[in-house]
Write a protein that binds this ligand. Sequence first.
Ligand SMILES: Cc1cc2nc3c(=O)[nH]c(=O)nc-3n(C[C@H](O)[C@H](O)[C@H](O)COP(=O)(O)OP(=O)(O)OC[C@H]3O[C@@H](n4cnc5c(N)ncnc54)[C@H](O)[C@@H]3O)c2cc1C
Length: 460
Amino acid sequence: MESIWTKTVQIPERKRAEGSLEREIAVIGAGMTGILTAYRLQQMGKQVVVLEADRIAGGQTKNTTAKITSQHGCFYQKLISDIGIKNARLYARANQEAIDAYEKMAAELGAACDFVRLPSYLYSTGNEECLKKEAAAAVSVGIDAEFVKETELPFPVAGAVRFSKQAQFHPLKFISAAAEGLEIYENTPVKRVRKNVIYFDGGTVTAQKIIVATHYPIINFPGMYFMRQHQERSYVLALSQCPKLQGMYYSADPDGLSFRSAQNLLLFGGNSHRTGKKVQGGAYNDLRESAKKYFPKNREVCCWSAQDCMPHDGVPFVGKYYYGQRNRFVATGYQKWGMTSSMAASLLLSDLASGRQSIYEKVFTPQRRRVKAAAGSLMQDMAESVKGLAQGWIFPYSKSEGDEQKHWTRCSHMGCRLKWNPDEQTFDCPCHGSRFTADGELLDEPATCCLKKRQVGNRK
Ligand SMILES: Cc1cc2nc3c(=O)[nH]c(=O)nc-3n(C[C@H](O)[C@H](O)[C@H](O)COP(=O)(O)OP(=O)(O)OC[C@H]3O[C@@H](n4cnc5c(N)ncnc54)[C@H](O)[C@@H]3O)c2cc1C
């Protein structure tokens, strides 16, 4: 299933890496994070190489909805209570600055990427009080926000929080322009990293600094990011014959819908679930039912889905990969707000990798301890992982509820039991979110290799 972005832009192909390369800085992953970070570092005069397993933007970035906003759901009230007002202000500032940085960079590159400023709205159909509190929290961290009663949505709302001067764009038009002058190798999956050497089939890259921008980090130890976040998928329909919206919309309600216009189409999103947990299918059909209800004349042009990493304490991990490691860096855990987060990460990582300090380091550092904020999700994730590992290792070939003979496989990442996703026709890991085609080919990290033949069970 192809997004409207991949349908409308062809990024020129790059060759795969070969032999032994030596560079000052190596970036693993050519999604929005990897490309922005490599671009910044090259601008600072560094010699940078990017290694990409697939194609440029071939991971989640090609399937985003590309709202560029610091409005990250009903978020700032909780953020202030979790990390304090001072740090919450820094978080908001980093994300607001990211919007300006996109505008500046698009102009600098002369990128015709449909960048446009517009407001972003967080709406609710019932919870006016919560929205009013969220608007006040956003104002207190320095965002131009207000509570409003009216929206353009085709159903009544209790109100919405309006953030002004946010933005949207065509992510692949932008990334294509940003990648143009960079040294990038495609179809070069990294298999392992030892000290300052990166290994891929047919060669190595030796670099003084390594930046892991693979969406979900592919190095398990040290760092243990697999213990600190899980992945969630959600679904998008591109619809014609719908009204053009003047703003972008996201719901504060559980199971709410997301809206933005892109040229003459409406991007209609929703139906989030933990990766590997929609074994009954129906994700697209549920969304189609809602689309029909609100836009009866709509025509579906295409549909797609993507997933993102959800950190336990609700803040991305950006900084040193592990305590004391000065030469390896990471950016992950964007919780479906990876446009501003990846720009903020690129600014922070380019400072750290070139030996500078950044005021944002302490907010995003992966070495933080926010045990109270993380406790609930941590327990839930641990329970999922224990279950998935037990099913994968102890009962690798037995069936469990909902399996219907389709999921007799173990993930090549840590051995968790995979689940068949009938909507996507893929094997998905409920523990950490790796995904594979029906034939066992790797689709999404943190796994770095395909399923072995004997791991693929009878799907018929
Ligand atoms: C449905 C949906 C809608 C979204 N909409 C929005 C939105 O409107 N606004 C917003 O801000 N955010 C949105 N997001 C989130 C956003 O799309 C992501 O956070 C962002 O694209 C992540 O970028 P990335 O560069 O970190 O990851 P990716 O784009 O996944 O890039 C990682 C790259 O690393 C490569 N890689 C992986 N393993 C290896 C390896 N072993 N060797 C070499 N390369 C490797 C991958 O192939 C990939 O190209 C949405 C997410 C979802 C799920």
